[in-house]
Design a protein around this ligand. Sequence first.
Ligand code: G4P
Length: 528
Amino acid sequence: MTTLSTELALRRTFAIISHPDAGKTTLTEKLLMFGGAIQMAGAVRARGEQRRTRSDWMAIEKERGISVSASVMTFEHEGLTYNLLDTPGHEDFSEDTYRTLTAVDSAIMVLDAAKGIETQTLKLFEVCRMRDMPIITFINKVDREGREPIDLLDEVEKTLALDVCPVTWPIGMGRDLKGVYDLVNDRVIMFDPGRGDHIAAAVVDAPLDSPKLDEAVGASAAARLRDEVELVRGGYPEFDLESFRAGHLTPVFFGSALKTFGVAELLRGVGRLAPSPLARKTNTRTVEPTEEKVTGFVFKVQANMDPNHRDRIAFFRLCSGRFKRGMKLKHVRSGKVMALVNPVFFLARERELAEEAYAGDIMGIPNHGQLRIGDTLSESEDFHFLGIPTFAPEVLRRARLDDPMKAKQLKKALDDLAEEGVSQVFKPVDGSSWIVGVVGPLQFDVLTTRIESEYNIRAGFEDGGFVTARWVAAEDAKELEKFTAANKSNMAEDRDGSPVYLARNSWQLGRAQQDFPAIKFTATREQH
Ligand code: G4P
């Protein structure tokens, strides 16, 4: 039996962040191909394409199986195990993405060579930065005309305040693309435009000053490359593993996901540079992945995978230890012990490994609603992992029911779906109908469709007069009582009974904050 630390050293758990259309789906598919998981790659592609229009997206969302199997993808390459966590591309689902990012140890940031950093890239990067997450940059689509590579690097450096260190360098771009130069090993990875995939691209060992380089890519491309590399080596810091691991420096790879070009170098880069599973903080102490006792947390819940059974899958990141199927873990929030007899693993190959998992791995735990986002499971100690936030929703609407006799069922449906963490339900203290909050308005369409198809209830969402929500708390319980009494028509409770202030406009929120300085208003709420 291998030791725990050997297993951990072989694991990389990461996500891909990008702006829609930069090529995340294509890159995911190609990474899986290297991991021998081609059959899954098809599922990823289908999803990427169908996401493009709203109705198609909803149809695919109903096909829960596909989106779940593609949410976590475990594959192997050159002796290492990679857990790739997918994040929804649409910005209306960014909350889900933020939480998925709490479950990884590093990320690949994909940029379109013609566009550089875009709005969604920036937002997601900022989430990674809050956690000092190591980021590897992949500049994609070099098979098309793009911006000057140096220009792109400067943009990353300035916009993200991040040191950049190219690992590969494009030799030409678009129609003139000859290959990429591997700056670490002094060799050329040749690009052949006639081939759609470069799984085994021709590689020419060619130190910069050797005539072999001219032979391989032509004299003028070689001359240009020499000039550029001189600039790059003089202008950017040398690679420093510590600085990368601390989130201050990003190694940069160039390539084309579509042509499977430069992807192997990127994957090897993840293997060589990205950290193995990292320690995680709890409310009492930091948990090291090498600890023998099994611990972990739920970062995502997917309800109603099978409409005939009201079960759900909790996505669980193991933070320490070696998990064995059938193990009993304590559900810290309720104090109950759960036997994990049928966890789902996301391994594309080697099914026999499904009996065991290690820190850094992701398992799906089927359950009937006991497991919520942010919950900790622990083999011995009672603590909970920190840093899995609930965000204040940005759009609020009031639930409207066509058949008032179905109020109870609607409550159940709203609660169930809120458990997935994408929507939130607030019960106004004045007894009026539920207020549902989401991060992006597209969510209301998804909710309406799912409530109808999964619960057989016709409901809708209408303007409830509120624009934003804040959790409220005070050190002195009397202050909170005073605040609640003075703001009855704005007060509601979340699913845990925590008080929430719903504001009709930003002026009203500002006024409430001014009038009640003893009250703490928060836009995110840590679970528990
Ligand atoms: P996303 O998940 O980040 O949203 O992006 P996705 O992979 O779906 O790619 C967006 C578009 O960019 C797709 O084209 C895809 O084929 C293209 N693309 C991805 N990587 C590359 C690349 O390296 N080079 C070039 N030239 N194109 C690339 P589409 O026309 O929107 O879709 P499709 O019909 O090709 O699937």
